[in-house]
Design a protein around this ligand. Sequence first.
Ligand code: SAH
Length: 367
Amino acid sequence: MKKIEKILQKEELEKEDLVYLLSLEDDDEIELLRQKAEKVLFDFVGNKVFYRGLIEFSNICTSDCFYCGIRKSNAKPSRYSLSEEEIIEQAKQCADLGYGSIVLQSGERSDEKFVSFVEKTVKKIKENSISEKLPDGLGITLCVGEQSEENYRRLYNAGAHRYLLRIEATNPILFEKIHPPSQKYETRIQALKALKKVGFQVGTGVMIGLPEQSYEDLAGDILFFKEMDIDMLGMGPYLVHNETPFAKYSDYYEKNKEKIYKLGLKMIALCRIFLKDVNIASTTALEAMHECGREDGLSFGANVIMPQLTPIYRRKEYLLYEGKPCMELSAEEFNISISNKIASIGRVVGRDLWGDSKHALKKTESK
Ligand code: SAH
């Protein structure tokens, strides 16, 4: 029996197994990994794909992450914030399209004006009887960065019940290399803990294919997700943005594109196999690298898609990296194209549902 088959038969994978599987290059072996992940997905989660309409409501950011196109030191994008009315309109459209949940994402800010705006907007969206098919309103996931526990509590009490905060890299040395000294690894860990304490279903994730990132780092990321008992994962390949300090890695990135793409898919498969019942998003960054990125992500074990619901005239100002896809596609057009893609790989869409992760639901049931 080949080494990969032996590993995939194990009940519990160890770190060295994860490292080995991440290093697979042979397409037939990667296919074995994919099949295993798909089986775990069907056994533990099912074949439904859940949608979260993504509303990038502001690109104003106080952080200066070395990789990110909306970092505060980039003077190129014009900075915007959608009004409450604009956000509610997009949320309504989302409900009309049968997406049971939204993600409100923005640059990082923790000033009172911002936090009370998000709080108020979340309340409004929840109060609105947005669709008769959603008796409890839309499910709301927030992705608005590091905040104090008190702020997290306010946002939770307003009615959001899921929160995404990527750790970006769980090796503290790598984390330090990709962030300025003012952004601390420990603060991020504390923020993740605070989110859990407040009661959010918590999602995190990393960028895959960062310069100087090793397979050991990525295996460590997977162990971290387990240890933190996270409910959801949003991971994607790292992509270069030319107006960032990391533009210097453009050559490295160009040379390794294919490898990074495959690594992104292998990470999804391994997280599915290792964590079993969490929600995993097939992210936009995958599609930015490959036109089949979203469906590839799904067939490697992801079960969540985040269609763009940022108004088209703002999308070009929310450029985290070069080559962001779907810049001109209306929500309706995207809906048709993604529905066809999902059907083409034998999966079904979970319409008008919040689609919480089985992992999170299990925790509430046992309370
Ligand atoms: N300010 C929010 C949202 C940030 S953008 C927060 O901190 O949670 C959402 C994610 O985009 C980030 O967490 C990061 O992982 C990803 N991202 C940013 N720049 C990227 C790049 N150049 N390539 C790939 N992903 C990137």
